[in-house]
Write a protein that binds this ligand. Structure first.
Ligand code: ZN
Length: 354
C-alpha cells in the first residue's frame, strides 16, 4: 500500500515534469509523501499545488521559485511552522495550512502575500499571531478555528477587506475596540472562547450579518447591540442575565472629588459655558478624558467614572435568526446615581454584585 502510493506519486510528478513549463496544476493528495518534491523548481508556471493529506514536515527551499502559484494546499501534514519560503509566493490567493502542528509563523512571511484572499489555519497550535498579519491587504477570509489564541491582535483589525473571521475554539478573553475598523466584516464566529464582554464598538459593524458567540461567558450586551442588522445570531451557552427584579443595595452616593469635579465641568460644557470651553483647550489630557463621559439613562446628565450598571431587556429583532431559547437580550445601561436609580422605569433592573 505504502509503495503503491509512493510509486503513484512519482508517476504523477514525472508526468508533471514532462509538461514542464506548461504544467499548471499538480495534485499529490494523500500519497504518503514525507518530503516535498524538490523538482518543483522545474515547474515555474505552476498555478495550483495540492499536497494535502501527506506527511510533510518541512517546506522545501525550491518552493520559493513558484512565483505564479495562486493556490497552495498543504492541509493535513506535519508542518510546525509557516515557513519563510512562503513569502516568495507573491501571486498566492489561497493558502490552506489546516490540520498541521503549526506553532510559529516566520517573521515577515505575510509581507509577500499582498494578494492573498483566503488563509485557512484551522486545527493548529498557534498561541499568538504576528503583527504583520495586517500586511495581508487583500484578505477576505481568515479561519483560525481550533488553535490556542488568547488575543485578537489589533493589527488584524486593519484588514479592511475581511468579510469572514472564524475564531471558534480558542481561548480568547476579549475583543479589541479596533474591531470597529473591520468595516466589511459580514460573518464573525467566536464559538467556545472565554469572552466576558463585547466592546460597544462591535455595534459599529454595519455589514455584520452573522454573529456566533455560543459558549462564552457573556452576561450582558453593550448599548446599541439590538440595532445591529444581523441575519443570524447565536449565543447559547452563555450565562446571560435573566429578567428578574434584583434588589440592589441602597447606600448613599459617595463620589470621589475627581468625579464631582468632572461632573461639574461636564455640565458647564453641556451648557456651552464660554469660559470653560475656552479653558479646556489648554488641557488636552482633561479634554481627552472627558470625551469618554457617559450619559445617565434616567436624567441624561453626563458622568465620568462612577456609575451603577443596570440592565434592560429587549426582544431580538424579528429579522434575526436566533438561538432557540433566546427570548430577551440583556442590554447594558448606566445610571449616574442612586437618586436616578430610584426613579428608573420598571424595565430597568439593577445588577446585584456578588
Ligand atoms: Zn442620572
Amino acid at each position: 500500500m505504502v509503495t503503491s502510493s509512493k510509486v503513484m506519486a512519482e508517476r504523477l510528478m514525472l508526468t508533471a515534469l514532462k509538461g514542464g513549463r506548461n504544467t499548471r496544476i499538480l495534485t499529490l493528495n494523500g500519497k504518503r509523501i514525507t518530503k516535498m518534491p524538490s523538482a518543483l523548481e522545474k515547474l515555474p508556471n505552476l498555478r495550483t499545488l495540492d499536497l494535502q493529506n501527506n506527511r510533510i514536515s518541512k517546506v522545501c527551499p525550491e518552493l520559493r521559485t513558484l512565483t505564479q502559484l495562486t493556490l497552495l494546499n498543504m492541509g493535513n501534514n506535519h508542518l510546525q511552522e509557516v515557513a519563510e519560503e512562503i513569502k516568495y509566493l507573491t501571486s498566492l490567493k489561497n493558502l490552506h495550512l489546516f490540520g498541521n502542528r503549526i506553532c510559529r509563523i516566520a517573521p515577515g512571511v505575510f509581507d509577500g502575500l499582498r494578494r492573498l484572499i483566503l488563509l485557512n489555519l484551522n486545527d493548529n497550535k498557534l498561541t499568538s499571531l504576528p503583527e504583520d498579519i495586517g500586511r495581508l491587504r487583500s484578505l477576505t477570509y481568515l479561519s483560525l478555528n481550533h488553535n490556542n489564541l488568547t488575543v485578537i491582535p489589533k493589527e488584524l483589525c486593519s484588514l479592511e477587506h475581511l468579510c469572514e473571521l472564524h475564531l471558534n475554539y480558542n481561548q480568547i478573553t476579549c475583543i479589541p475596540e479596533e474591531i470597529k475598523c473591520l468595516q466589511n466584516l459580514q460573518q464573525l464566529f467566536l464559538v467556545r472562547n472565554n469572552i466576558e464582554e463585547l466592546p460597544k464598538e462591535i455595534c459599529r459593524l454595519a455589514k455584520l450579518r452573522i454573529l456566533d458567540i455560543a459558549g462564552n461567558v457573556i452576561q450582558i450586551f453593550p448599548a446599541g447591540f439590538q440595532d445591529l442588522k444581523l441575519r443570524e445570531f447565536y449565543c447559547e451557552g452563555n450565562p446571560l442575565f435573566l429578567k428578574r427584579p434584583i434588589v440592589a443595595p441602597q447606600p448613599k452616593d459617595l463620589w470621589t472629588l475627581r468625579e464631582i469635579a468632572a461632573r461639574f465641568v461636564l455640565c458647564l460644557l453641556n451648557e456651552e459655558d464660554p469660559l470653560i470651553m475656552d479653558a479646556i483647550e489648554s488641557y488636552p489630557e482633561v479634554k481627552e478624558k472627558l470625551s469618554k463621559a457617559k450619559k445617565c439613562a434616567i436624567c441624561r446628565n453626563p458622568f465620568l467614572s462612577e456609575w451603577l450598571e443596570c440592565v434592560y431587556f429587549v426582544a431580538p429583532s424579528k429579522n434575526w435568526k436566533i438561538s432557540r431559547n433566546l427570548k430577551l437580550i440583556p442590554i447594558q445601561t448606566l445610571v449616574c446615581s442612586y437618586q436616578c436609580f430610584d426613579q428608573r422605569d420598571p424595565d430597568i433592573f439593577g445588577i446585584a454584585e456578588d
